[in-house]
Write a protein that binds this ligand. Sequence first.
Ligand SMILES: *Cc1c(COP(=O)(O)O)cnc(C)c1O
Length: 397
Amino acid sequence: MLNKPIYFDHAATTPLDKKVLEKMLPYFTENFGNANSQHVFGRNAVKGVDEARDSIAKIIGAKPGEIYFTSGGTEADNWALRGVAHAFKDKGRKIIISPIEHAAMISTAKALEKEGFIIEYMKVDGEGFVDLDHLKSIVDDDTILVACMMANNEVGTIEPIKEIAKIAHEKGALAFSDAVQAAGVLKIDVKDLGVDLMSMSSHKIYGPKGVGLLYIKTGVRIESIITGGHQERTKRGGTTNVPGVIGFAEAFRIADENLEENAKYVSSLRDRFIKRVLAEVPFVKLNGPVDGAKRLPANADFSFKYIEGESILFSLDLAGIAVSSGSACSSGSLEPSHVLLALGLPDELAHGSIRFSFGKHNTVEEVDYCVEEIKTAVDRLRKMSPLFKAEGEINYV
Ligand SMILES: *Cc1c(COP(=O)(O)O)cnc(C)c1O
């Protein structure tokens, strides 16, 4: 047992970077002003928020006026989907999304379905990649929005967003991408990608929780979902989370500055981990892309045959290792992962999956310790599994 717990759940959230905290602190105390106030306190807050907006816009190739701060990725996803649906309901009723979207998207799409919108799902292959030919065949003149995440939070698949946006535009539909897992990890240029809307969140990139953004390309029509004061050019009411926004921008700046270096380091941990698990643990399946360059550098997702994901999670937790079964948002429910089902995994394997997501503070020693603990846990759990006794043990070496 190591002397401090190991954190391999960075796709769920990340620790706040100390440099980010330092940058935020004055905005809780001296610069506490409401960014909407017409006095020196307000002006100080606005100055910070403006700088944050400029900095983020520059990194993603947007104009500052195209950045709208929100309470996080979930709100930005909700806004994109609901806001576009409601603004364009007279033009068309169809919305196409990928079947492996985050719960923030899937639940919102289901709610819109109840309002009378038609939701269609793109097909994905066994590694989670969108089938572009299938997408082409379902986008039509009734389609108002095509939405696909830039990178999947569970299996790490990096999607061909540029091609997806092009297909949407050919039929006059808008293109939205949830870039929560991709931002700060992959280089993003909204103009090059051609997306009309894009969401991001701060707490997945060593920034504070409760702040995110929606990029809305100039001229794109969208209805507000949070109405109130004149904040965010009257499109999103509510007093601006000034320290949050400042921290978000600083976290994104640091992530962008160290993008290649971080990706290289984190993917070296991931590759070592994947290689060892595949070689040393029997009856295990790597979910998502086999090609490391096509999956998020931090992500490794495995299904352990004959064992419930939850039981491995609990064993690893006892050994001081924090991971998640499926995605953090669906764990706790005993439903199999909707992502793994969409990838065509049988129920049983979709139940037995564990996501390991590495971060910049993790070490090789932690990775190696984790592999040993997995071997111990898997071996013990399989010995207790009736299913394993029935069929697995025969081939077990
Ligand atoms: C975490 C996550 C979200 C939700 O963002 P919050 O800021 O936690 O609301 C949305 N989409 C993806 C892909 C995520 O990983």
